[in-house]
Design a protein around this ligand. Structure first.
Ligand SMILES: [Zn+2]
Length: 193
């Protein structure tokens, strides 16, 4: 059996995630079902972990003067549904029923505007650093839970770089897709145990 905490989606909220509301969302278009999970990485400043800057960024509360890099993203209003920290802690910024602003210009299987129909999951990480094992384990449990709540995403998991090629590189070369998929399969097989 998995020793991970059991997540659950209730009314668009992931139970056991810390809720940190972001103002950066709007309504999904009518009749747009959730049918894709997009995996990202983010760190602020890049490749530095901790500090709470990502959380502040998604809440439009980042002090742009606190680091030279922050000047380059000054005024950007973005968000994600979920952020998985290096510790494995899960934060939720936007209700799954709402449209978070994580993908930007994008398309998946010829369907444009991925924000309309996807759930965004950011891993605290970078393109040049290995992710933590607890992040993989948590991601697998979370995606399993989301697939139970939103069956259309069962076979649709993509990286940001897959839906915005040439423009985005995350989750990056250090994200081990095969390891994640193996853990996801394992998590799913635990469901009926
Ligand atoms: Zn991204």
């Amino acid at each position: 059996m998995s020793q991970m905490p059991q997540f659950q989606v209730i009314d668009g909220c992931l139970q056991r995630a810390t809720q940190i509301p972001s103002p950066n969302y709007n309504q999904r278009p009518e009749h747009s079902d959730i049918q894709l999970v997009v995996i990202h990485n983010i760190s602020l400043p890049p490749s530095q972990f901790g500090g709470g800057y990502i959380e502040q960024f998604f809440q439009n509360q980042l002090d742009w003067d606190a680091h030279p890099y922050f000047k380059t993203i000054e005024g950007m209003q973005v968000s994600t549904h979920l952020l998985i920290l290096r510790s494995g802690e899960v934060l939720q910024f936007v209700n799954f029923k709402d449209r978070a602003w994580h993908a930007g210009r994008s398309s998946y299987m010829a369907l444009p505007e991925c924000n309309d129909y996807s759930i965004g999951i950011e891993l605290e990480g970078s393109d040049d650093t290995d992710f933590e094992e607890i992040q993989y384990q948590t991601l697998a449990e979370v995606v399993k839970t989301l697939q139970q709540a939103y069956p259309k995403i069962a076979h649709h998991i993509a990286g940001h770089s897959d839906i915005a090629p040439g423009r985005k590189t995350d989750p990056g070369p250090h994200f081990q897709w095969s390891h994640f998929r193996a853990l996801l399969q394992q998590a799913k097989s635990n469901v009926d145990v």
